[in-house]
Design a binder for this molecule. Structure first.
Ligand code: UDX
Length: 436
């Protein structure tokens, strides 16, 4: 199959590289000439474990190439994937679809022979209909189908998620398009990955419903954590006891500082807007959005409480700034709420993140960024773990204690046990668990 991938952002680049690795001939297109040059020379503009080697190997073996010329990529393609950004529109929270529609127009003007146009970007229900209308308007003679094929990739685990998905969702009523999509994903079906063929609108909604449900699960356990703190119960054990029920499942029940990232905040908000506009408001998800926003803001209070109610003039050492480990992504990260709130309360912030510092420097001011966890802890009055990077899971606690001004740790990801911390001599607080 010949595949064109429009947009070499996170989704486009991972999907393009994985399709090439399946054996297809893939051309990735981006308007940004500099980015195309970087990719051609083997550089990867995002941080995703394993992606550099995957891209380099497929480029070397001639299945993957990059261009800024959309015509060259689309002209002979069997399938053209639209994987451009759909950011939240400023002001109203709707998904901004201008990049998707612009891509549709450009594709329409150059496509040739039967072409399957696939929306891979997360797009609100009905976007496929509009993409179809735009293409038909631009090229009344064109032979094409518009298909919805949402991605379910987690940052940091995207290649594995792409190659071993729980399911593939394809929304189309067009028989020829179904065959093309089946051929594109054929290697997965040999491994018996389920494929959900459905209508385009249903497929578009599945993506939002999945993200909303996961966000709901996280928010549920976060509120349970607050209740655990109030009544002296342990949220990790509640999550385990509840999650062992197969109807519930144990995943996405880790209490923490609130969800962030490029998908959940944006998609839950966009879904509530679509629902309101359609006259079927999702009150549950509206509440999830509110509760999660408030949670991120309130996490600074936990740190202040650990410092006897006052951080003014104190040094707070922050470990982990990205919205989760194994990424340099700072989008909607809890740290972006917590750090400024602590600064406002008079704290001086030192911070270390294994991959996010470059991004964080653009978004946080007045922070002293340092190069490792022990430098970070030096002379600090409290150490706060915001992101659960693996390298924070086995810190030398003796060493940390010896360099800190006071042995106080706030663990917002529950990566240490209260007993271990108590015996190491720390005043330790975490999320939804009693202190030892
Ligand atoms: C998510 C979805 O998992 C993926 O299917 C979709 O395509 C894109 O959005 P991603 O944003 O990369 O992926 O990260 P994910 O691992 O899902 O975590 C999202 C946020 O939830 C993070 O801030 C994470 O820290 C938080 N989280 C996750 C929790 O607080 N507790 C959990 O139990 C799980």
């Amino acid at each position: 199959m010949r595949v064109a991938m429009i947009g070499t952002g996170y989704v486009g680049l991972v999907s393009g590289a994985c399709f090439a690795d399946f054996g297809h001939e893939v051309i990735c297109v981006d308007k940004n000439v500099e980015k195309v040059e970087t990719l051609r020379s083997g550089g990867i503009p995002i941080y995703e474990p394993g992606l550099d080697l995957l891209v380099q190997r497929n480029v070397r073996e001639g299945r993957l190439s990059f261009t800024d010329d959309l015509t060259e990529a689309v002209r002979d393609a069997d399938a053209v994937f639209i994987a451009v950004g759909t950011p939240s529109r400023r002001g109203d929270g709707f998904a901004d679809l201008s990049y998707v529609y612009a891509a549709a127009r450009e594709i329409a003007s150059v496509m040739n022979g039967y072409t399957v146009v696939v929306t891979k970007s997360t797009v609100p229900v009905g976007t496929g209909d509009e993409v179809e209308r735009i293409i038909r308007e631009t090229r009344p003679d064109a032979d094409f189908a518009v298909v919805s094929n949402p991605e379910f990739l987690r940052e940091g685990a995207a290649i594995d998620d792409f190659k071993h998905p729980d399911r593939v969702v394809v929304g189309t009523d067009d028989e020829r398009a179904r065959t093309v999509m089946h051929d594109i994903y054929r290697p997965l079906f040999l491994n018996e990955t389920p494929i959900v063929f459905t209508s385009r609108r249903t497929s578009e909604l599945i993506k939002y419903a999945a993200n909303a449900f996961l966000a709901l699960k996280i928010t549920f356990i976060n509120e349970m954590a607050d209740l655990c703190e109030a009544v002296g119960a342990n949220v990790q054990e509640v999550a385990r006891g509840v999650g062992l029920d197969n109807r519930i499942g144990g995943k996405f029940l880790h209490a923490g500082p609130g969800y962030g990232g490029s998908c959940f905040p944006k998609d839950t908000l966009a879904l509530t807007r679509t629902a309101q506009e359609s006259g079927a408001p999702l009150r549950l998800i509206e509440t999830v959005v509110e509760v999660n926003d408030a949670r991120k803001r309130s996490m600074a209070n936990k740190v202040i409480a650990a410092c006897d109610g006052d951080v003014s003039g104190k040094t707070v050492a922050v470990l982990g700034l990205t919205f989760k480990p194994n990424t340099d992504d700072m989008r909607d990260a809890p740290s972006l709420e917590i750090v400024p709130a602590l600064q406002k309360a008079g704290a001086r912030i030192k911070a270390f993140d294994p991959a996010g510092t470059l991004e964080a420097e653009k978004l946080l001011t007045g922070v002293d960024f340092v190069s490792g966890p022990y430098f970070c802890a030096e002379n600090a009055d409290v150490l706060v773990i915001i992101t659960e990077w693996n390298e924070f899971r086995a810190l030398d606690l003796e060493r940390i204690k010896s360099v800190m001004r006071a042995p106080v740790i706030v663990d917002l990801r529950n990566i240490y046990s209260p007993e271990e911390m108590a015996s190491a001599g720390f005043a330790y607080s975490s999320v939804g668990r009693p202190t030892a």
